[in-house]
Design a protein around this ligand. Sequence first.
Ligand code: BTN
Length: 277
Amino acid sequence: MLSLKEHLADLPLQEIRYFDVIDSTNDEAKRWIEQEAPHCALVVADEQTAGRGRAGRQWFTPKNSALAFSLILSDFDKERVPSVAWATALGALAVCQALEDLYELPATIKWPNDVLVFDKKICGILSEAFWNGDFLMAIILGLGINVAPSSLPEQVDPSLPATCIEDCLKLREPSQTKIADRWQILHSVLFYILNWKSQLTTEELIEAWENRLAYRDKWVQAYTEVNDAGTLTSTQIKEGKVMGLSSDGSLILIDGLGSIFHLQSGEIHLRPLDKNR
Ligand code: BTN
């Protein structure tokens, strides 16, 4: 069987750190940056004990079941330093393309950081910027993909059920049980990230991203979420119809009066509204 490094040998990665168990691949990436990680350095773990999601949520990664990895990006064009929102867009697009290529699964992007298949969450993305004063040292692009059914947490966000690649394949072909190859998926996602990387903020990337935008032309509610000692409190910000993505990575909505407004990703979440029916 090929090792992880052999699987990824044809990709322009500078260095790979693999862990059977780690707290969080994003946290390991941060520690590595402090020790001068090279550009395009990759942290992969089989299991995370303190995997993190947005809004202080936990991200479940039991062993042998999911993909959890963080890519360190730092060779920025000084004129066009990317934002965290763009890194997230890059990751989401790459996951959609990998799922389409490998399994012909119809994946969509729930702005800003989720990938859905059959309207259920299959992947979450946590991009974080690492600063030294005013200087952006690196962006960490952390992705968690549910592969086997054992990767699904018992408790999920009731407004957004979760799924995994193998369950989606089973749904399509109930008579067949398919084991998805995690290193093949990882290779494909990284391939697309590294290919799109030089085209951040271009029309091509926006178009490819918008073609996969979940809830396009549908009504959504945008809200923020605060996690206070395990209690999630959400506050509604705006309701509107999803129009597309703007060149700074923000989501364009139009409200009932025809006013257009942009949502900057930050800690904003979306939920679909009944007005769509
Ligand atoms: C979310 O849906 O809220 C984002 C989840 C991001 C999870 C990934 S798994 C790899 C990386 N390491 C972490 O601790 N988090 C990200």
